[in-house]
Design a protein around this ligand. Structure first.
Ligand code: NAD
Ligand code: LMR
Length: 336
């Protein structure tokens, strides 16, 4: 039999590639964690002039690691060069939150970055480029990027809440002493901030007797309704307190999960959380980038419809939507 034809390389942009998430993320991409073990990649790495030496150091290490799937590396401080021809854009670059800072403090620094990078992507990325915004405030940066790249389909612009989703699975697995790979269908609703609502009303655990609802296995509803939620909401801040830097390896790994499921699909019966442009589903105001439960197939995500929402959930979903509406207004005031 003839050998299967090698796939064409995909070009993956990572902005802020000299930063700490970038340093964790680029080797994962080059190893096939994001797009698959048979998918060659060309990495495009963007950073700003003060970081250019570090960026070139990362490029040297990528060469030194001799990744078989890595077919090229572009390391640049020029947004046009960085965006040209990219199939996937992971937007990590920006000003990170430091200990004691609220996410709103970093808003004005980031909206101007996302406005200008939107234009570079719109003009130079490959058609149908998929965009994932990681940098905070992630939902609102993604919204700004969408607004200033009107020719990129809104379905192609998303933000990362998969880290929060994975954190929720992790907390359930620790509590029940089960494998995290047996826990699924948690939901993160809303903002990637402490107002997010981690919802386990539809989550299940695989057991020898079939799939069981998390609510049945965690006997203590009080824990699920209080400490579980606040632990997931506050996890980013807890990592900053412990490391003095924000989460990096878990953010990078979750970014790979987000893109891999988006491009290659979610398993049957499994949904994941993605920050996507709201179409008004579940009464969430249209025009926000809001985290919903989604399934992915054929390179497209679809919001899971028809899940019953109780009053407790409704209030929390509305509160995080309200925060996002306020962030949106604040972002627009920064632009003016
Ligand atoms: P970092 O400061 O280590 O790296 C950020 C990099 O971006 C730096 O190298 C910086 O030079 C670069 N940068 C700044 N402005 C840029 C621009 N205009 N264009 C290109 N690059 C630019 O920060 P980090 O720890 O890697 O975090 C990156 C971002 O991700 C932060 O905003 C952080 O809050 C956010 N974050 C999000 C999640 C999530 O789940 N959504 C999780 C963790 C961190
Ligand atoms: C995280 O969730 O770990 C980060 O978004 C925290 C932060 O604010 O950088």
């Amino acid at each position: 039999l003839p050998a299967p034809m090698a796939k064409e390389p995909m070009r993956v942009l990572v902005t802020g590639a000299a930063g700490q998430i970038g340093y964790a993320l680029v080797p994962m991409i080059a190893r096939g964690v994001m797009l698959g073990a048979d998918q060659p990649v060309i990495l495009h790495m963007l950073d700003i002039p003060p970081a250019v030496e570090a960026l070139n150091g990362v490029k040297m290490e990528l060469v030194d690691a001799a990744f078989p799937l890595l077919k090229g590396v572009v390391a640049t401080t020029d947004a046009v060069e960085a965006c040209t021809g990219v199939n996937v854009a992971v937007m990590v670059g920006g000003f990170p939150r430091k200990e004691g800072m609220e996410r709103k403090d970093v808003m004005s620094k980031n909206v101007s970055i996302y406005k200008s990078q939107a234009s570079a992507l719109e003009a130079h990325a490959a058609p149908n480029c998929k965009v994932l915004v990681v940098a905070n405030p992630a939902n609102t940066n993604a919204l700004i990027l969408k607004e200033f790249a009107p020719s990129i389909p809104e379905k192609n612009i998303t933000c990362l809440t998969r880290l929060d989703h994975n954190r929720a699975l992790g907390q359930i697995s620790e509590r029940l002493n089960v494998q995290v790979s047996d826990v699924k269908n948690a939901i993160i609703w809303g903002n990637h901030s402490s107002s997010q609502y981690p919802d386990v009303n539809h989550a299940t655990v695989k057991t020898p007797n079939g799939e069981k609802p998390v609510r049945e296995l965690v006997a203590n509803d009080e824990w699920l309704n209080t400490e579980f939620i606040s632990t997931v909401q506050q996890r980013g801040a807890a990592i900053i307190k412990a490391r003095k830097f924000s989460s990096a390896l878990s953010a990078a790994s979750s970014a790979c999960d987000h893109i891999r499921n988006w491009v290659l699909g979610t398993p049957e019966g499994t949904f994941v959380s993605m920050g996507v442009y709201s179409d008004g589903s579940y009464g969430v105001p249209a025009g926000l980038i809001y985290s919903f439960p989604v399934t992915c197939s054929g390179g497209d995500w679809t919001i899971v419809q028809g899940l019953p929402i109780d009053k407790f959930s409704r209030e929390k979903m509305d509160a995080t939507a309200q925060e996002l509406s306020e962030e949106k207004a604040l972002a627009y005031s920064c632009l003016n």
